[in-house]
Design a protein around this ligand. Structure first.
Ligand SMILES: Nc1nc2c(ncn2[C@@H]2O[C@H](COP(=O)(O)OP(=O)(O)O)[C@@H](O)[C@H]2O)c(=O)[nH]1
Ligand SMILES: [Mg+2]
Length: 189
């Protein structure tokens, strides 16, 4: 029987790579929803988390672990204790919640400048584009200061630069993130 789960495994060339992937972003960005979609192809309703969480989904050899950023300074660094080495960061943004774009930018800038992640590819997902008032790709790039940072949606390996790119997605509608994960998979050695 066709299952999106198996589709996910195959397009995630990551499957065979023993990869450790961090899902980061402010609370309410859609991390838990994405993890559940990856896990069982079901979009469940989740109560937004009140405190920093460490949720984990393991698919094949890939470990996905999600953390909420923002809020208390102490919470900001909790993810650091989980992996000695991270293979990829998936940073989710609620593209509808413009009021929090400055907070998103602050967290994203801190991650991008974090020594521990200096070689790690960053897949930024602008989520919730199923909502009509969601920011466009262009608006989100401006709000987050991505114009000078992103490296393109191509899959050719990059030697000297850390791959960073934005993909606009709707996790609940299952739009856009397959391309994003394919991109990420291509940039994980
Ligand atoms: N409209 C819309 N809502 C979404 C989408 N993805 C997640 N949500 C909703 O956003 C809220 C927060 O999602 P959640 O996964 O708990 O975010 P987390 O705090 O980052 O783990 C929930 O009410 C989700 O149903 C999406 O693609 N579109
Ligand atoms: Mg969550």
């Amino acid at each position: 029987m066709f299952s999106w789960f198996w589709d996910a495994l195959s397009y995630l060339g990551l499957y065979y790579k023993n990869a450790k992937i961090l899902f980061l972003g402010l609370d309410n960005a859609g991390k838990t929803t994405l993890m559940h979609v990856l896990r069982d192809d079901r979009v469940a309703q989740h109560i937004p988390t009140q405190m920093p969480t460490a949720e984990e989904v393991v698919i094949g050899k890939i470990r996905f672990r999600a953390f909420d950023l923002g809020g208390h300074a102490a919470a900001r660094q909790i993810w650091r204790n989980y992996y000695a080495k991270v293979d990829g960061v998936v940073f989710l943004v609620d593209a509808v919640d413009r009021e929090r774009f400055p907070e998103v930018k602050k967290e994203l800038d801190a991650l991008i400048n974090d020594e521990m992640l200096s070689d790690v590819p960053f897949l930024i997902l602008g989520n919730k584009i199923d909502v009509a008032r969601a920011a466009s790709d262009e608006e989100l790039r401006s709000a987050l200061g991505l114009h000078h940072l992103t490296t393109g949606q191509g899959s050719a390996p990059m030697s000297d630069i850390r791959p960073i790119e934005l993909f606009m997605v709707s996790v609940v509608r299952k739009m856009g993130y397959a391309e994003g994960f394919r991109w990420l998979s291509n940039h994980i050695p």
